[in-house]
Design a binder for this molecule. Sequence first.
Ligand code: XUL
Ligand code: MN
Length: 345
Amino acid sequence: MEKYGYRFSAGPWNISTGADPFGPPVRPEIPLAEKFVILKQLGFDAVQFHDDDAVPDLDALSADQIRRTARETRQKLADHGLDAEFVAPRLWENPLTVDGAFTANAPEVRAYALERTRKAIDIAREMGTSLMVIWLAREGTYIREAKDAVVATERLVQALNALLEYDPELRIAIEPKPNEPMDLSYIPTIGHAIALGMRTHAPARMGALVESAHALLAGLDPSDEMAFALSFDKLWSVHLNDQNSLKFDQDRAFGTVNLRAAFNQARVLDRHDFYDRGMIGVDVKALRTQAPEVATKHLRNSLELFLRLVELVRSLDQAKVDALIAARDYEELDLLILNHLIGCP
Ligand code: XUL
Ligand code: MN
């Protein structure tokens, strides 16, 4: 498969049992090493990890045990010809972080969040990556009066400063999301993520990850969110996927809901050399209705569709586009794009 210089990554959570808030698993759990085999076969180059994907149960382990297990996971990964793209601290499952991690009102919870994230940094180092992605899952509120949003923002800056100090090589990409699990999150968009990074003492080591579905949940266009980050040279990774209107975070396979929006994401990435800047990460969920033996096709489809869209981006008649822009004939441009997408000459 021609990959046009792109490298692809996915998380082990993207091969899942199909459990949802309303029902139990409907497919067997697949061991991590088998997931590596599947991802490699599907054409992926790297794996994204939560800290406990790489080192299960890390809260119960010593620093030495954590490092040793991380090294073992890295070896398994290398055995399958894969790299680690990033490590992300899972700060939302421990009962301690029920009301936030870095922005919790309770100081002991904030201390736990920092300690846990430092462990995740140790894991990243052992896994051979300097990139950490932070999704601020529970940093927000259900009840606005429950926290002071100014204080919460200060606490996020302080926490990021402490992490950047802990490892001078570390780069942090914030993955914004406007809601879920919280009703309202403190860092809902890419603009918030980039602004937050600029408040730290090492803004050059702060970047962002745009997830298509998260942008859509914020009522925004994912390609414009990517463009904004690209213009600041802050788009360090992406989570391509799709979302059918404003509801729970669906993580649908890339391009399956809105082909034109997917085309525009591929277009902004390709026109701005993303193949040289970062990896094409996907964050996609197999439908719960998918039978176990075919429950990786959402990954295959996302990767293939991205590459097909890159071909369409490159074969678009740019001279025609420019002429229509010059004539301000945007209705004709509309039809040109639609015809291009459906393969009509
Ligand atoms: C949550 C989400 C996470 C992050 C990684 O919606 O997208 O999977 O991508 O922590
Ligand atoms: Mn994501």
